[in-house]
Design a protein around this ligand. Structure first.
Ligand code: FAD
Ligand code: NAD
Length: 469
């Protein structure tokens, strides 16, 4: 006899990360009967163990580094003696921000009339899902739906020789440290490895980064990552590039093999393994739908539809770029279609920001990528050393770069590296989405003194009319 409680809904969303909760929220706002099933915490990776907690830790580390930089006197005339940090309190502060934001998501969903079900979903077919409450071994609820939205996100890639646990940290462990390690080895010089590696160095750990590629942040243009490389060297972060990790033991540490096949060990109290994330496709019956896949990701079209009618997919589950704002934008797009609107997910650019110190921002193609795509383009950079605001912030390293089509000056992309440049991402994305030309930006009055003036100056320079360079 079937003892499962059954409910029906128009839209069923699996996963309450930024993709899933935004989709549910918009659908609820538009009057679509919506159920959202989440097995862990509302807000998903982003709010609980990703974007937000990492940026909180990065900020705390930056504040501590600022305080330490004033010890013994500084150029600014500030004197501080013996600052120290209570990392347990830092973690409590970070957790408070997470609770506030995840609680806010629950309130928003409630206000929009979305039914939130706490539990792990298992797909029976494209219109039926069972849900098991956390901790239970069997399901207690069956949900039937007209539309199924898959938003189950991603999970960290584990190295077979170094499974997570104990001293071997995933990013989740690094965001709630049990101790501040004296020696931290970071495997992977990508987003997480460098964002958190720099934060731990600023918190006082000796940090060594091992990267398989020949350079840091290999997915970014080298001119952009050069100032980050210099900053790492200045901070005293030790880099082993072009090296492979072969294993770990508590006595010797992390075993490494370099390009010359030399083997050595790096002693470590903790090891952060950050070698990428993979879509979460297993363990919940997804394979039973026999959806078309794109490698390990669920394949979708420009409307975020999968190969099965009325089954949609968004966010990290659908592959790169695995970024929260892409997941959110896709979620909104799907919800509006289910509510009857005509929408497509075809952004001209998805901004990417790496919160290293200095920060790196990329919107649209770099000059190299544009030329490789056969576009006749021009590009120009403006150094932050010539920007007054950057000097007053002691942030004069780095530059802002614009890429535009030569024929009509249509702006294709922007890139920047420097302290505080993450906030320029909005201006960059708007100009690209709105089809701005170099003249539009060059003739817009930008407030003085702001880093934004470097955006205007880059456009002026591309037109051969830079004022302050
Ligand atoms: P997720 O956020 O992963 O959410 C998926 C949810 O689905 C999870 O809550 C999971 O519990 C739930 N779920 C999975 N399976 C089931 C099931 N069977 N039943 C019920 N629930 C299920 N991106 C940025 O844009 N900016 C950043 O600064 C940034 N920093 C990051 C820092 C770190 C340390 C990490 C790890 C990631 C960071 N990201 C950042 C990436 C960002 O977190 C992800 O791109 C984003 O969370 C993806 O959203 P999503 O909704 O696709 O999936
Ligand atoms: P990543 O892809 O950014 O970097 C992984 C790095 O590990 C790469 O440089 C890769 O060459 C290296 N690597 C792979 N295997 C290795 C090995 N065996 N030994 C040594 N190095 C190895 O991945 P990540 O840092 O784990 O982050 C995962 C994803 O999370 C990112 O791709 C991004 O989508 C998202 N994220 C975004 C932000 C942000 O937007 N600011 C921050 C953190 C994470």
């Amino acid at each position: 006899m079937n003892t499962l409680k059954e409910i029906s809904t128009h839209l069923l969303v699996l996963g309450g990360g930024p993709g899933g909760y935004v989709a549910a929220l918009r659908a609820g706002q538009l009057g679509v009967a919506t159920v959202l099933v989440e097995g862990a915490g509302l807000g998903g990776t982003c709010l609980n163990i990703g974007c937000i907690p990492s940026k909180a830790l990065i900020h705390a580390a930056q504040e501590f580094a600022h305080a330490r930089a004033q010890v013994g006197g500084s150029a600014l005339g500030i004197r501080i003696s013996d600052p120290h940090i209570d990392v347990a309190q830092t973690v409590r502060w970070k957790d408070g921000i997470v609770q506030r934001l995840t609680g806010g998501v629950a309130t928003l969903l409630r206000k929009a009339g979305v039914q939130h079900v706490q539990g792990w979903a298992h797909i029976e077919d494209g219109k039926t899902v069972t849900v098991r409450a956390p901790g239970d071994s069997s399901p207690s609820l069956r949900i039937r739906c007209e539309h199924l939205l898959l938003a189950t996100g991603s999970e960290p890639v584990e190295l077979p020789a170094m499974p997570f646990g104990g001293a071997l940290w995933s990013s989740t462990d690094a965001l709630s440290p049990d101790v501040l390690p004296k020696r931290l080895v970071v495997v992977g010089a990508g987003y997480i490895g460098l964002e958190l590696g720099i934060a731990y160095r600023k918190l006082g750990a000796e940090v060594t980064v091992v990267e398989a590629a020949q350079r840091i942040l290999p997915s970014y243009d080298e001119e952009l990552t050069e100032p980050v490389l210099q900053a790492l060297q200045k901070l005293g972060v030790v880099l082993h590039l072009g090296c492979n990790v072969t294993g770990w033991d508590a006595h010797q540490g992390v075993h490494i093999r370099n390009a010359q096949a030399d083997e050595f060990a790096l002693p470590a109290d903790r090891v952060l393994v950050a070698v990428g994330r993979r879509p979460r496709t297993q363990g919940f019956g997804l394979e039973s739908l026999h959806l078309d896949m794109a490698g390990r990701c669920v394949a979708i079209d420009a409307r975020c539809k999968t190969s099965m009618r009325n089954v949609w997919a968004i966010g990290d589950l659908t592959g790169e770029p695995m970024l929260a704002h892409r997941a959110m934008a896709q979620g909104e797009c799907v919800a509006e279609q289910i509510a009857g609107q005509v929408r497509r997910f075809e952004p001209r650019a998805v901004p990417a920001v790496c919160f290293t110190d200095p920060e790196v921002v990329v919107v649209g193609p770099t000059p190299g990528e544009a030329r490789a795509a056969g576009i006749d383009c021009l590009d120009a950079s403006f150094p932050l050393a010539a920007n007054g605001r950057a000097l007053t912030l002691q942030a004069s390293g780095g530059f802002v770069r614009v890429v535009a089509r030569r024929s009509d000056h249509l702006i294709l992309g922007w890139q920047a590296v420097g302290q505080g440049v993450a906030e320029l991402a909005a201006a960059f994305s708007q100009s690209v989405e709105m089809g701005a030309r170099l003249e539009d930006i060059a003739h817009t009055i930008h407030a003085h003194p702001t880093l934004g003036e470097a955006v205007q100056e880059a456009a002026l320079r591309a037109l051969g009319k830079a004022l302050h360079f």
